[in-house]
Design a protein around this ligand. Structure first.
Ligand code: FAD
Ligand code: 2HG
Ligand code: ZN
Length: 474
């Protein structure tokens, strides 16, 4: 191990190889996952500054048989980006590789390094007069490499797609330490297997993404946000149908939020002034991005909301008057995760189900859980426009969080995932498998698909050094 550490120091510089040898160095930012569920212990945190350095690090680790855990902003929610507790794995942090390498306005593309923080990528696109639409609550600290690694979703998927659909090309260091120069900005390329899409969503188990060419879009001429009270989940689904009909491609956001989820924001962040939540079981946040002008967007929104009230799927609504009010409404939505963390340990699910079946799923599964754990509190919210619900389970009021997880997490996961299967859904819509769902995946994924995944893993990473034990267990 000493020989490996000294090679890594030679490759990246001594200051970029952090270890526990120095008791003054705190490795928690890289070893502890965002939800504080798991604290791993790394042999070292290695911070290369270039693709050539990444390749040399991977080669050195491959020669030593040392496992590598790629890491971006460490905001992942499924414990996929932190090391295990053996003290034998290295964390390969892409955090120093942040450059915007190129913008091609005519091709509508931007090429960035993997450690570029999502918010900085959005800002670079905006400075060039374009929109980079990927948007999520962690955008101030997650990286595009992590977004690609997890195929992140977020709040604009119903119009622009998830990270996979926003990516045109990748630069990747393979498990052997070779560099695949795949940074093409091509929208059409039928020359064989789709390696780019294989890498995206592979959660660091097949290689290290070092750079990416991403799509840019024109900025909308106007953007309006509305917040609507809806009487039931079925009403929210009906509102979604109306919004698709009336706004067409202008509908860029459609988020649902349950009353208890909003009550947590109100409790922990009262200054955010959550509207309408006390009078209704569900609220919906809608965004209309218009290619004409604000007056057109407002007229469209008002007519949509009028029709929705007539149809009985909206009981009350507010439309943001200006950008700062709109940001305030989005901030409430994005604060649910933090408010839930303030409330205590919880069980998260990021399931997807055909939109039409979500009302029945929620009604049935809520009832089953309540039967199983009297007093259980459901923190339901998410990207209804994509059929993606964060169906989160909070311990009964006053219960001990760690004891709740110990006693109920496995049963709750099984109950919810069995229901997801019954409703033809997926147990992960956007956060990925990581460590938290790896044990359950074989019960819910098609066995032939799993066998193909194993064959791919074996072919690309035969010595199992890339994030071992995540996504697939040996
Ligand atoms: P990390 O957490 O560092 O890593 C995540 C995974 O990707 C790990 O398996 C890691 O090994 C792998 N990885 C990281 N970098 C690379 C690389 N360069 N090459 C190969 N593999 C790599 N997710 C959503 O999808 N939608 C949301 O709306 C959303 N909202 C969130 C809100 C909050 C408040 C928080 C805390 C998280 C949220 N997330 C959401 C989850 C998280 O932000 C995303 O999964 C994000 O894509 C992770 O990026 P990261 O840079 O932090 O990656
Ligand atoms: C979101 O949509 C994220 O805000 C986080 O995916 C979801 O906290 C969660 O469960
Ligand atoms: Zn989400």
């Amino acid at each position: 191990m000493t020989a490996l550490l000294s090679s890594l120091r030679q490759i990246c510089g001594a200051a970029q190889v952090l270890t526990h040898e120095d008791p003054a160095t705190d490795l928690s930012p890289w070893e502890l996952d965002w939800r504080k569920r798991i604290r791993g212990r790394a042999l070292a945190v290695v911070r290369p500054g270039s693709t050539a350095e990444v390749a040399a690090v991977v080669k050195a680790c491959a020669a030593a048989g040392t496992a590598i855990v790629p890491q971006g902003g460490n905001t992942g929610l499924v414990v996929g980006g932190v090391p295990d507790d053996t003290g034998t794995q290295i964390v390969l942090s892409l955090g120093r590789m942040q450059a915007v390498r190129a913008i091609d306005p005519a091709n509508l593309t931007i090429t960035v390094e993997a450690g570029c923080v999502l918010q900085n990528l959005q800002a670079a696109a905006e400075a060039a007069g374009f929109l980079f639409p990927l948007s999520l609550g962690a955008e101030g600290s997650c990286t595009i490499g992590g977004n690609l690694g997890t195929n992140a979703g977020g709040t604009q998927v119903l119009r622009y797609g998830n990270t996979r659909e926003l990516c045109l090309g990748l630069e990747v260091v393979t498990a052997q330490g070779e560099v695949w120069h795949g940074l093409t900005g091509l929208r059409k390329d039928n020359t064989g297997y789709d390696l780019r899409n294989l890498m995206i969503g592979s959660e660091g188990t097949l290689g290290v993404i070092t750079a990416a060419t991403m799509k840019l879009y024109p900025q909308p001429a106007a953007q309006l946000t509305a917040w609507a009270a809806v009487p039931s989940m079925q009403a929210a689904v009906d509102l979604l149908g109306l919004a698709h009909q009336r706004l067409g491609p202008g509908l860029t956001g459609f988020e649902v939020m349950g009353q208890f989820a909003l009550s947590l924001v109100d409790k922990h962040y009262p200054q955010l002034r959550v509207p309408l939540w006390q009078q209704t079981p569900w609220c919906v946040l809608l965004e209309n991005s218009d290619s004409e002008n604000e007056a057109h967007a407002r007229a469209q929104f008002e007519s949509l909301l009028e029709a929705a009230m007539e149809a009985g799927c909206v009981t009350d609504a507010v439309v943001a008057e200006n950008l700062s009010q709109a940001r305030g409404l989005w901030h409430i939505r994005e604060s649910i995760t933090l408010a839930q963390a303030e409330e205590g340990l919880n069980i998260k699910h990021d399931i997807s189900i055909p939109v039409s079946r979500i009302p029945a799923f929620v009604a049935e599964t809520d009832a089953l859980l309540a039967q199983h754990i009297p007093g259980v509190r459901m923190v339901d919210f998410g990207h209804l426009g994509d059929g993606n619900l964060h169906y989160n389970v909070q311990a009964p009021a006053g219960a001990d969080g760690p004891a709740f997880l110990r006693d109920f997490e496995d049963q709750v996961n099984t109950l919810v995932f069995d229901q997801v299967k019954r409703f033809d859904g997926s147990i992960s819509a956007e956060h990925g498998v990581g460590e938290l769902k790896v044990g359950k995946l074989p019960n819910y994924k098609d066995p032939t698909a799993l066998a193909m995944m194993r064959a791919v893993k074996q072919a690309l990473d035969p010595h199992n050094i890339m994030n071992p034990g995540r996504v697939l267990r040996p």
